[in-house]
Design a protein around this ligand. Sequence first.
Ligand SMILES: Cc1cc2nc3c(=O)[nH]c(=O)nc-3n(C[C@H](O)[C@H](O)[C@H](O)COP(=O)(O)OP(=O)(O)OC[C@H]3O[C@@H](n4cnc5c(N)ncnc54)[C@H](O)[C@@H]3O)c2cc1C
Length: 407
Amino acid sequence: MKIAIIGAGAAGCFCAIELKRRIPSAQVDVYEAGRKPLAKVAITGGGRCNLTNSFEGISSLQEVYPRGANLMKRLFKSFNHEDTWRWFEGEGVRLVLQEDRCVFPVSQDAMEIVGTLSRRMRQEGVILHTGFKVTKLGRDCSTGAYSLEFEGHEPVTADKVVVTTGGSPREEGLGFLEGLELETVPPVPSLFTFNLSDREVRSLMGTVVEEATVSLAGTKFTASGPVLITHWGMSGPAILKLSSHAARHLADSAWRGRLLVNWLGIKESEVREMLAGMSRRHAQKLISNTHPEEIPSRLWTHLTAKSAVRQDARWAELGSKGMNKLVNSLVNDEYEITGKSRFKEEFVTCGGVALTNLDQNTLEAKKFPGLYFAGEVTDVDAVTGGFNLQTAWTMGYAVASAISSQD
Ligand SMILES: Cc1cc2nc3c(=O)[nH]c(=O)nc-3n(C[C@H](O)[C@H](O)[C@H](O)COP(=O)(O)OP(=O)(O)OC[C@H]3O[C@@H](n4cnc5c(N)ncnc54)[C@H](O)[C@@H]3O)c2cc1C
């Protein structure tokens, strides 16, 4: 059996290894457009590779997989984060679970993951072809065989094809699949930070609030966690999560909208109670000098100014109107979003090959027997934290199991 894998990224390499282990007699060729395999894995997690997550405290996969949660739930039954841990430790990679539930190699070096996968591919006899960009994938209806055309190389044929070409924010990335008329979901970026027009808030760059809730006005999109104020707007885990869940909505509105920040991440009634307590305890103190401990003093100055609280006002002088304004600034602080920025170059793609094309157990294209898809090329993507690489390992594994069980 000749199996061609298109793309030597996380999903492609993992799938190739698992295929050769299960069907040693098969010829597994991996065709990679770039000069090296696993180039993206090498830069993951800021060069440290956050290869999975402990999934602790996640009650529903929708929280971390805005797209593809149901499919991932099904596939995790065969290969989940614990299997990933065992797999890499079985290859001699020691792993560490961080307090934030992210898993990294103890070496803190993504090249250890690249080296491990590359070595294992060689040992299993996977044939890697770098500099082979697939420009067209076709199928001979009479024989069921697939043909792959390349830029600058002779075409080849294969009995089975696994497409693992990763994400592409541009639709051309899927151009080589055109002849097959598969349903695709237009790709748009996910995981980005927000540019804000408000200069006052941007002047607070470097300010971090640990437990804020952010949402998009007029929508149901909301996310909680740390928020970092930057010189261009806002970043941090809560913003990235929001950008992921609202990726398509934001793309449709040209990355413009209104951001609402609840700086304390608690209900309005609780904030009101908290401020009333402060007002009683600190009646004679200046409001500008006495703030909830969760709110850094520079941000407090900004929020009190926004609420028209006088610099020399004492808590006893706040009054109910002042209280209402201050509560509103703390729970409904509104900013104009004017665009998006990259977060440490970590965009992932929302969209790609629609899941409706695929058998939910085998990831085989329903209309094209022998053609499989795995990884970010599909319409599955996650928030940050190791979930995207887990997708690549799990889907790569699922395809290898499916092909070997049909062998
Ligand atoms: C800077 C950065 C940091 C990240 N950090 C993390 C992290 O720490 N943890 C995490 O979970 N996720 C992280 N991600 C996301 C994660 O890297 C991806 O989701 C994951 O690599 C997807 O794996 P994949 O195999 O589907 O695609 P990729 O790893 O992108 O591999 C696809 C491969 O296909 C090749 N290819 C594309 N088109 C063709 C073609 N026509 N012919 C031949 N070859 C082709 C590409 O050159 C590429 O090598 C990060 C992403 C970025 C950009």
